[in-house]
Design a protein around this ligand. Structure first.
Ligand code: FES
Length: 108
């Protein structure tokens, strides 16, 4: 298997209702993950990039969060509508999407 050019981690952590940290699940990560998998399949990109759902990756309060390596770019507050920009601009264009980056005080 060739090494992926980039690896996208989508937080799909769940926590009980009322938990003080909240979770990306309660903030709507599922449609984001589904959109990534759909678009990656549609664009036939799974041979170049990896997409993995994962547990908590840190800044729960600003989720849904998506982390892209090797750059270590954290996107926060990601919606289904933002997925195309991350794929086109960051994965394919090699330019992180500034407007979606997590605030520096939570990921800097
Ligand atoms: S629950 Fe998603 S970053 Fe913590």
């Amino acid at each position: 298997m060739p090494k992926p050019e980039k690896h996208v981690f989508i937080c799909t952590q769940m926590r009980p209702m009322g938990h003080p940290r909240g979770s990306c699940s309660e903030k709507g990560c599922t449609p984001v993950a589904e959109e990534f998998w759909y678009q990656m399949q549609e664009r036939n990109l799974f041979g170049r990039f990896a997409v993995t759902s994962t547990g908590c990756i840190g800044p729960c309060g600003v989720g849904p969060n998506v982390l892209v390596y090797p750059e270590g770019v954290m996107y926060s507050g990601v919606s289904k509508e933002d997925v195309a920009a991350i794929i086109e601009e960051h994965l394919l264009g090699d330019t992180p999407v500034e407007r979606l980056k997590a605030p520096a005080d939570v990921w800097g």
